[in-house]
Design a protein around this ligand. Structure first.
Ligand code: GLA
Length: 741
């Protein structure tokens, strides 16, 4: 998968479907040649280098009026020598100089892929699933070694990149900017696509035309954020979900990030992704190494959905890991929206008992079970059961839940503390704060300084105590505020730029320890819903709570946007009560179920409050999900109608071999006397006959008809009240099961 033209010093990564090419320039810097659909491995590609003499340019060699880094497409651009675009790397030496020039030293090809120490990363299980190219570069003047690593996957159209720095010199170096990847694309005729939003409306799809200057998204919050996801895609203007070129760039990281596209005045496009340089610096002492997080680049000529399917395949199987990766996820019920902080053990047992009756497999006890936690002003940090609420502690409750025939799960917010807690009273110095300045709170809570090992250890010990004694099969790991006044009293002044990154390394280290100690524990990540829903977390927690907004109509958009990068297996999606807690909307229970099926399914309400008819629906839903969950988690996901663009949302899950599909169609508002509707499907076999079954229709058709002419949506959806039962038919959703005959 990796070929090297030794004479021309051209490196070609190629898996038969995508190619990535770069070369060593005469100056020793690396130049970028190509990233996209596969090119012939035998070709010679140096003629792709474009350079021209242009006015007002700075050239690197005296007497030469052509060679300027400003006009050469580069592979990992450094600051300071004739390139005026934003660099991937900026290093400052003891002399104060920020100039850096890294030159090629050699390369190594490795079978498979190496892990990134302390960081989440994609991996291989067998050596021939991927090949890795490591390019050794050096800034001779500073004696800094820079190793650029590229892994190309055999079965997925993705390349994973990271960069390692080794200070072989005698003086400290300050890394001010070290992006995980940079690509200089030969034209800028693209639109960028980002996933942006806010609390309760995460990951909305936003598309903009690229123009000279910058386009990008970032986080400076310490978590990847509700506001912007660490991801950026590029698409041609005519690219659709199913056709045309699309590039996706995803960062496997949960902290501050920057994803940026810069168009220069000659229409050259530089894309980069990595730790946000704002607020970041890393003091690299002689002998020390620093490794960037991993960036994953995907190319597809089958549209945006083609790009998403590549991410899903890689992230589901070779980023998520461990005991639960391929296992059927339990149908869970969580008590948060039903009870908030107000419950005692008896209530919980009734709550769980009813859930068991409906076939639910896991009861999750959310916030409020520990310390003096009767509201959100106190208790965080004291991870011991509140005996007034739970007389037998977590041990007692978990045994009772297991006796009911269910598994037991527990909520934690390990990174946080309230000032009103024993933990804070014992360790007031454990929070992130800048000495002498006031410290802001979020939801009355403060952030523990996870850049310090002793702080992480103290939290681990409390968690270990519970997890080793009680029957806990699952934890929901929450994180309900961003970091402010970032400073750690444990580090010297020159290391304060490291704290945000060290904090995330501390979070990862705690995850790793828990996974090692309790390998069968299922972890669901959460951050006030989807505030840290990123590829980094997916390495530790195979599922995450997509959003605190559990309304089925809002979830159409949130889950649709999330699916651009993340597989269904990781999207926590629950049926909640009506009227909905966040938006007050009333939706049919069938619609709530249909939307929540497309993820790691569960409930977020008190089933004792439902009537008998609704309980019967819940039982059917649980049964339906249990029957289909393996297929839902592993199928190819197709977005068919965007809720961002119209009154309908539709998506399809298809077995990769085309043998079956499940289609969900949701009409948001009722229509009267509207158009006839057909819905072209995807991922079926042209010549195969299928049976189509929904609540209202049943017919047979060949795959070609279903993909070309489309699935017949029943006439009634064109406008009449669909089941004739009267009443409001807003928010109507139907499932179509398509099975090969
Ligand atoms: C966050 C989570 C919710 C719930 C509450 C509990 O908001 O996203 O699901 O766990 O915290 O305080």
């Amino acid at each position: 998968m990796i070929t090297v033209n030794e004479k021309e010093k051209v490196f070609h990564l190629n898996n038969g479907r995508i190619s990535y090419l770069f070369y060593v320039m005469e100056s020793g810097q690396l130049g970028h040649l190509y990233f996209g659909k596969v090119l012939n491995p035998g070709g010679s590609y140096l003629h792709m280098v474009e350079k021209a003499h242009r006015p007002m340019t700075t050239y690197i060699n005296e007497g030469d009026l052509y060679t300027s880094y400003e006009h050469l497409r580069q592979e990992y651009p450094c600051y300071g020598t004739s390139d005026y675009r934003y660099p991937a790397l900026e290093i400052q030496g003891g002399d104060g100089s920020r100039i850096c020039r890294i030159e090629y030293q050699g390369y190594e090809i490795i079978k498979g892929k190496k892990p990134l120490s302390g960081l989440p990363a994609t991996y291989t299980e067998e050596e021939d699933e991927a090949a890795t190219l490591e390019i050794r570069m050096k800034d001779a003047w500073r004696n800094l070694e820079v190793i650029l690593s590229y892994s190309i996957f055999r079965d997925v159209d993705a390349i994973a990149r990271s960069v390692k720095f080794v200070n072989n010199g005698k003086e400290d170096l300050m890394i001010n900017r070290a992006m995980s990847m940079s690509v200089d694309m030969p034209d800028a005729d693209y639109q960028s696509l980002q996933l942006s939003g806010a609390w309760a409306r995460e990951r909305a799809v936003k598309v903009r035309d690229l123009e000279p200057g910058f386009t990008g998204v970032s986080s400076m919050r310490g978590n990847s954020s509700h506001q912007h996801n660490p991801f950026l895609a590029l698409k041609r203007k005519n690219t659709t979900e199913s056709s045309g070129e699309a590039y996706g760039f995803s960062l496997v990281y949960s902290g501050n990030f920057l994803a940026q596209a810069e168009v220069d005045n000659y229409q050259v496009l530089r894309v980069m992704l990595g730790i946000n340089p704002f607020g970041f610096s890393w003091n690299l002492e002689p002998g020390e190494t620093f490794v960037t997080p991993e960036a994953v680049m995907v190319y597809s000529d089958e549209g945006l959905n083609g790009m998403s399917i590549q991410f899903h395949r890689l992230y589901r199987k070779r980023l998520a890991r461990g005991f639960w990766r391929d296992k059927e996820r339990p149908v869970l019920i969580n008590n948060w929206e039903a009870t908030q902080f107000d419950y005692v053990e008896e209530d919980l047992l009734k709550f769980a008992g009813k859930a068991k009756e409906c076939g639910i497999e896991l009861f999750v006890l959310d916030d409020g079970w520990f310390g003096e936690r009767n509201d959100d002003k106190r208790g965080l940090g004291d991870w011991k059961a509140n005996r007034e609420k739970l007389p037998g502690g977590i041990e007692g409750l978990s045994e009772k839940i297991e006796a009911l025939g269910m598994k037991f799960g527990l909520w934690f917010e390990p990174e946080m503390v309230n000032k009103d807690s024993d933990f804070f009273r014992q360790h007031p110095d454990y929070i992130i704060q800048t000495p002498g300045r006031s410290v802001s709170h979020g939801r009355n809570q403060f952030v523990l300084d996870f850049s310090r090992k002793e702080v992480v250890d103290a939290v681990y010990e409390q968690m270990y105590e519970l997890l080793s004694k009680a029957k806990i099969s699952y934890i929901k790991w929450d994180m309900n505020r961003s970091i402010s006044e970032c400073y750690s009293s444990a580090y010297p002044a020159k290391r304060q730029g490291e704290i945000f990154h060290r904090y995330i390394l501390g979070v990862y280290a705690l995850h790793e320890r828990l996974i090692k100690e309790f390998p069968e524990l299922l972890i669901e990540s959460c951050s006030s819903g989807g505030g840290r829903f990123d590829a980094g977390m997916l390495y530790y927690a195979p599922q995450g709570w997509v959003s605190d907004d559990s309304d089925a109509v809002e979830r159409l958009k949130i889950q649709y946007g999330t699916s651009f990068v993340y597989p269904l297996s990781c999207m926590g999606a629950h049926v909640s009560a009506c009227p909905n807690e966040q938006v007050g909307r009333r939706t049919p229970i069938e619609t709530r179920g249909n939307v929540a099926y497309t993820g790691a399914f569960g409930y977020e309400l008190d089933l004792n409050k439902l009537n008998n008819e609704e309980i019967e629906v819940v039982k059917e839903q649980v049964e339906f999900y249990r029957k289909n969950r393996k297929f839902i988690a592993a199928g190819d996901f197709y977005r068919l109608l965007s809720p961002f663009e119209g009154n309908f949302a539709a998506w399809e899950i298809a077995e990769p071999d085309g043998s079956r599909a499940l289609v969900t169609v949701t009409r948001i508002l009722s229509e009267i006397n509207g158009a006839y509707r057909r819905l072209p499907l995807r991922g079926l076999l042209k010549n195969r006959k299928y049976h189509i079954q929904s609540k209202y229709i049943s017919y047979d058709a060949y795959g070609d008809e279903l993909m070309q002419f489309g699935l017949m949506l029943e006439d009634k959806s064109s406008g009449q009240v669909i089941d004739g039962s009267g009443g409001c038919q807003d928010f109507l959703s139907l499932i179509y099961e398509i099975s090969a005959k």
